[in-house]
Structures are given as structure tokens and as C-alpha cells.
Design a protein around this ligand. Structure first.
Ligand code: PAF
Length: 281
């Protein structure tokens, strides 16, 4: 049987209500399509925890600035659908932009806290309000018991976790480990933008993060280890947006391991591609 695709909120609600009435647990995997093994790991994690799995596929214009890659963001509907079908996903929620943001739409969620930590938000000022608005809508539309988000977008994960708590949404946000290429590069739909030489340099980002985390874990001062790491990233041909050690739960800046659990977060550009990654110390 072909996988079920729904395009209206009312059809989505009818399906979800039927499952709920049968006492079935529902997990949502929000995506923007262009699915790779990282997304499929989210689906697998959802499968393990819930009887029903909904995957949303929606390239959300609200989280792109006018100069960003909304128009050219990779779209691969047929292969996405085949992959989701092969994984036994119960339903694909694929609204048109006009169904998600109908004429007259005038409400935006503007998150604070981790969304204003001075990391992604500093370089993409409207990103988290776009993400929070669409994720808030997806969670209300699907009313899932669980929603799966990748560790790779670590600041986004904290923003969404805070959002669900602050708005009393009865959903558990589940973090799923980053999936990497054998050479360490974190999977991302935007990796398809990399030229061959950029792709060859790209794994440096994670190699340097690992090295830096190891030094800090062995007692090096974060500031010093980060300086060395920044230089290594730039030597590999990247332009650094940020490389920071932050409190893993709050993203507050910290200067030593005694200040709390550390997460290193990086964003850097190589050619036209912007890559982000992070690691626990
Ligand atoms: O991480 C993503 O793919 C997107 O930001 C999300 C969570 C699907 C919201 O559009």
C-alpha cells in the first residue's frame, strides 16, 4: 500500500484522533525533506518508541532570511517518500505553504533563553522565531506524544525543548545523536552544496572539535584550546562564524569546566556552504 500523504490540517487531525482513540502512542519527526541517514535515524528512534510515526515534510519559509537559500534548498520528494515508505512511516504531513501560513496569518513565536544565546541567532536573527513558530504549529497540529530532534542542531534542540515546556505542550522532546559520515562530517542536507575540494576539507570541523574537547577534558583552559581550534579551522579554509564553549543546558558562556557541563559549538563557512556542528566535552 502506498504511504499516506496528507495536506490539510483536518485530514491530519482525523488520522491522529483515530490512533488516539485506539490508545496508540504517536511520534512526530519534523523535517524539511531532502532526507538523509540523519533523518532516518530520527524515524528509527521514533519507531522504537511509538506505535505510529508521522513525518512532516515542510520547507519552512519563515526560518529563512531573504538572502538565504529557501528557493534553492534541496528538495527530493520522490526519494524522500520512497525512504519513508520503506521504513513503515504511517503518515507524511506535507502541507503547502498556504496551508501552514494562510492569507492573514499574523502570529509569530519569538523565543528567548537559548534562542538568544548569541550563537546561530547572531548570524541568523530570524531563524529561531521561524523555527519556533513552525514547530509550535506542528506540535499543535499533530498533538504527538513524542517529537524527535537531532543533536546536530543543538541550539535548536534546546529552543524547541524550552518551547514545549513553556507552552505546556504535552509532548516529550527526544534528542537523537548526530549521524556522521565515516570521516566525521555531520550529515546535513546542505552538504550537497559542497564542491569536491570543500567536501575534502569539511571533516576538519569535527576533527578539530574532538581534539579541542579532548584537551579541555584533560584540563586545558577552554579559551586557550578554543584559540588553537579556531586557528586550525581557519587553516583548513573555513571562515569561522563562531566557535564557543557553552553550558550544555543553558548555552550560557563559561570559562572553566567547574562552571558546568560544556558543549562546544561551531559554525563556519567554506565556499558558499555554512556548516554547524557541536560536541560534548
Ligand atoms: O531542523 C529542521 O529540519 C527544521 O529546522 C525543522 C525543525 C524541521 C523546522 O522547520
Amino acid at each position: 500500500m502506498p504511504i499516506r500523504v496528507v495536506r490539510t490540517v483536518s485530514a491530519l487531525r482525523r488520522a491522529v484522533m483515530r490512533w488516539r482513540a485506539a490508545g496508540e502512542r504517536i511520534a512526530l519527526v519534523p523535517t524539511m525533506g531532502a532526507l538523509h541517514a540523519g533523518h532516518l535515524a530520527l524515524v528509527r528512534a521514533a519507531r522504537r518508541r511509538a506505535r505510529r510515526v508521522v513525518v512532516s515534510v515542510f520547507v519552512n519559509p519563515a526560518q529563512f532570511a531573504p538572502h538565504e537559500d529557501f528557493a534553492s534548498y534541496p528538495r527530493s520528494w520522490d526519494t524522500d517518500l520512497a525512504a519513508l515508505s520503506a521504513m513503515g512511516v504511517d503518515l507524511v504531513w506535507a502541507p503547502a505553504v498556504a496551508a501552514m501560513y494562510p492569507p492573514g496569518f499574523a502570529t509569530r513565536i519569538v523565543p528567548q533563553g537559548p534562542a538568544t544565546a548569541g550563537l546561530e541567532d547572531k548570524f541568523r536573527p530570524q531563524f529561531f522565531s521561524g523555527v519556533a513558530t513552525v514547530v509550535g504549529k506542528l506540535l499543535i497540529q499533530c498533538a504527538p506524544d513524542l517529537a524527535m530532534f537531532g543533536d546536530k542542531d543543538y541550539q535548536q534542540l534546546l529552543v524547541v525543548t524550552r518551547l514545549a515546556e513553556d507552552l505546556d505542550l504535552p509532548v516529550k522532546i527526544v534528542a537523537v545523536a548526530t549521524v556522521r559520515e565515516p570521516d566525521g562530517l555531520a550529515l546535513s542536507s546542505r552538504n550537497s552544496y559542497l564542491s569536491a575540494s570543500e567536501r575534502a576539507a569539511a571533516p576538519t570541523l569535527y576533527r578539530v572539535l574532538e581534539d579541542c574537547a579532548g584537551k579541555i577534558a584533560r584540563g586545558a583552559l577552554p579559551a586557550r584550546a578554543l584559540d588553537e581550534a579556531a586557528a586550525a579551522i581557519e587553516r583548513a579554509g573555513f571562515v569561522l562564524d563562531y566557535l564557543e564553549a557553552r553550558h550544555a543546558d543553558t548555552l550560557a558562556p563559561l570559562s572553566s569546566r567547574a562552571d558546568g557541563p560544556i558543549r562546544l559549538l561551531v559554525a563556519a563557512r567554506i565556499g558558499k556552504t555554512r556548516l554547524i556542528d557541536n560536541i560534548a566535552v
